[in-house]
Design a binder for this molecule. Structure first.
Ligand code: HEC
Ligand code: HEC
Length: 632
């Protein structure tokens, strides 16, 4: 045996226990199974609830309200207690599934996403996306014990089989980070390709020192139905021997021959580590792979891709390895499959459809890479606007560099696009039919043709002509802001931010001339639109339609770097300093460094109170709570 190989085996043996099965709750998911295989818990993100399922009878036992946008669930041992991360409310809810209610709402750091629980049920770990930390929770005392810095925008989370390490993924880079549980420090890092993006899950093999990461690649320099977004599965060697390749990535678009799968969301391993299941939220299918004991091949496809339900976001294997459970989030069910044949054994409805049928239809269209959205299958709207957030990218569009905006507050901040060349979400029929998506479209009949960069969309009125386009608009116009984590309390500003607020509104600095009103923008659908040249148009040689842009909202800017239409400002400070040399973007050159800091502190505090749900500029196509009440 070569020295290299033996060193590797020892490392693997020390680190990975050969007989450990994959335990319930060992990696983050919207779905979890108790170690005895008897109970399932699934989070219904859009309903603000979790549903308990009896795995013996395949029946839902009850739905329990937990709060706005649950993103992760984990059982504590075999239950009846479980913990749930509530992303929009910054809490971890302790749920007593026997009594059907939340018994404790533990306040935690911002944007809790993934959650895992130790086998002995004593500790939980949570990824917090925006702060980039992992918090440790004492489950007995229901207290946060500490926070560990992990990376930027962390989401995916898994234990090593011996539970000594935590593996964490960065959402916008797909980087994998190893944290040592005892010291709470980063001990290793696996960097992928610079285009790796949207990685929300990681699973660790029970015996081979490997981690599996489903994610996409965003090729920002290509605007083409089959060249912009790629489905990937990255595999990292967790105990890399010297000189060995540490991270491999497989393009899943060619994994099934010519059959393309889109938006890999989550993966699961069978308890014996022999099978890997990967689900694709954009094409509603999954792959079963054999895990091969070969560092180059890694996985081998078993059969063809299997069709599953609408927008699958979670997959789990039963502890006996015989069944696979899938949460089809837009069918509002969990399906039970035979792990060998993938034959569907049962369908368990878990919750009523949320909001309105139109909103649900809109989300289905937004999430899918199937026809009629595209005929190429690589791309969904959700590939670049995941749940209304930005993909953190600046795309090389034909008209120039364009940063993907977050869609929060969209209903009130029309017109659309940085250059205000669209005035209704229904205009995205042009995106669907264009080079990016190459779909047949949602509207019957022809559109006014797009010639050059003429904003023809402004004169083509599409609202009310296609129920599907209207539904897409209702969905896109439904994203709302949550309060900034940089405030001392709702409605309150820190002392520095309060000083910044005075500067922002003072005549001499003049920010509020354009960033006015409750949404901090003077955008209006009344013509002529208010567009402004703030000196940013000449920074990008590929720009075709500048130099005037629509004033963006400033709500939520604390989490949307990089800034400006071309993304050339890495920080808010850059927007006000290096990117504003001629004082065309507010007058900032006379400000002292301390005053710039104060202004930045104010920007980071937005929103410090929730903006109104109705303004004179609010559009008609949107979901309102009253609509639901009227239907009922
Ligand atoms: C390849 C990534 C990508 C895909 C796919 C994509 N978008 Fe976008 N989206 C962007 C970028 C980049 C912008 C900014 C473009 C601009 O302003 O000119 C944008 C802007 C928008 C805006 C305007 C936001 C604002 O505040 O002005 C909306 C609405 C939107 N997209 C909806 C959609 C819909 C609906 C789909 C699917 C039909 C979709 N997008 C597909 C990247 C994408
Ligand atoms: C003349 C109108 C106008 C004034 C005055 C103005 N802005 Fe802007 N602001 C804009 C426009 C237009 C953009 C978009 C420019 C671009 O993307 O190239 C913008 C972009 C921004 C952005 C980036 C937002 C993002 O999502 O990328 C920030 C932050 C910002 N402004 C803050 C300020 C502050 C602070 C002031 C006062 C010092 C100010 N602005 C003054 C019109 C204005």
């Amino acid at each position: 045996m070569s020295l290299r190989l033996s060193a590797r085996l020892i490392a693997a043996a020390l680190f990975f226990c050969p007989l450990c099965p994959v335990d319930a709750g060992s990696s983050n998911s919207l779905l979890d199974i108790t170690p005895d295989g008897q109970r399932l818990l699934v989070a219904n993100a859009d309903n603000g609830s979790v549903t308990v399922i009896d795995a013996l009878t395949n029946k839902a036992l009850g739905e329990i309200a937990v709060g706005d946008k649950p993103e992760g669930v984990a059982w504590i041992g075999n239950g009846p207690l479980a913990v749930v991360t509530v992303y929009n409310e910054d809490i971890v809810a302790f749920v007593d599934t026997n009594r059907g209610r939340v018994v404790e709402k533990l306040r935690v750091s911002d944007e809790p996403y993934g959650i895992v629980v130790t086998k002995d049920g004593s500790r939980a770990y949570v990824t917090h996306e925006y702060p980039g930390v992992v918090s440790e929770i004492d489950l007995g005392r229901r207290q946060v014990l500490r926070e560990m810095k992990a990376g930027e925008r962390v989401r995916g989370l898994a234990f090593s089989p011996d539970e000594k390490r935590l593996y964490v993924t960065e959402f916008y880079t797909g980087v994998l980070i190893a944290l040592d549980r005892e010291t709470g420090t980063i001990v290793d890092r696996w960097t992928g390709h610079s285009s790796d993006n949207l990685c929300r899950n990681v699973v660790v093999h029970p015996r081979r020192p490997k981690a599996y990461l489903p994610h996409i690649r965003s090729k920002i320099e290509v605007i083409d139905g089959r060249g912009s977004i790629f489905p990937q599965l990255s595999i990292c060697d967790l105990t890399p021997p010297n000189g060995q390749k540490r991270r491999t990535s497989f393009g899943m678009d060619t994994y099934n021959g010519v059959y393309v799968v889109t938006n890999p969301w989550e993966a699961a391993l069978s308890p014996d580590g022999k099978r890997l299941y990967t689900i694709y939220a954009g094409t509603n299918d999954m792959n079963i792979s054999e895990v091969v004991d070969d560092d180059y091949k890694e996985i081998k496809r078993v059969g063809s891709a299997v069709r599953i339900g609408q927008n699958p976001r979670a997959v789990r294997v039963s502890p006996d390895g015989k069944k696979v459970y899938i949460a089809n989030t837009l069918d509002f069910d969990v399906t039970v499959h035979d792990a060998g044949s993938m034959e569907r054994l049962a369908r368990i409805p878990v919750c009523p459809p949320p909001k309105s049928p139109e909103w649900v239809r809109g989300k289905i269209l937004f999430s899918t890479a199937n026809r009629p959205l595209t005929s190429r299958r690589w791309i969904a709207c959700a590939s670049c606007h995941p749940d209304g957030h930005s993909d953190g990218r600046v795309w090389q569009n034909p008209e120039g560099l364009r940063k993907t905006p977050a869609l929060m507050g969209l209903a009130h901040t029309h017109p659309l696009h940085w250059s205000a060349d669209r005035d209704e979400v229904q205009d995205f029929e042009y995106t669907i039919r264009g080079r990016l998506m190459q779909g047949p479209g949602l509207l019957r009949g022809p559109l006014k043709p797009k010639v050059g960069f003429e904003p023809i969309e402004l004169s083509e009125d599409l609202a009310g002509r296609s129920p599907d386009l209207d539904a897409l608009a209702v969905y896109c116009n439904s994203f709302e802001f949550t309060l900034s984590p940089h405030i001392p309390a709702p409605g309150k500003l820190s002392v520095a931010a309060e000083r910044g607020r005075k500067l922002f509104f003072c005549e001499a600095v003049g920010c509020a001339k354009c960033h006015s009103g409750p949404y901090y923008t003077d955008s209006t659908l009344k013509k002529p639109f208010h567009l402004h040249d703030v000196g940013t148009g000449k920074d990008d040689p590929s720009e075709k339609i500048g130099p005037k842009y629509d004033t963006p909202t400033l709500l939520g800017v604390y989490r949307t770097a990089p800034y400006l239409h071309h993304g050339k400002a890495q920080t808010l400070r850059d927007v006000l300093t290096t990117c504003n040399p001629g004082d065309k973007h507010g007058k900032t050159s006379h400000l002292q460094p301390q005053e710039i800091d104060d202004l930045v502190a104010f920007l980071k505090s937005l929103p410090y109170e929730l903006p109104p749900k109705e303004t004179p500029n609010t559009v008609k196509y949107r979901y309102r709570k009253e609509d639901k009440q009227r239907v009922q």
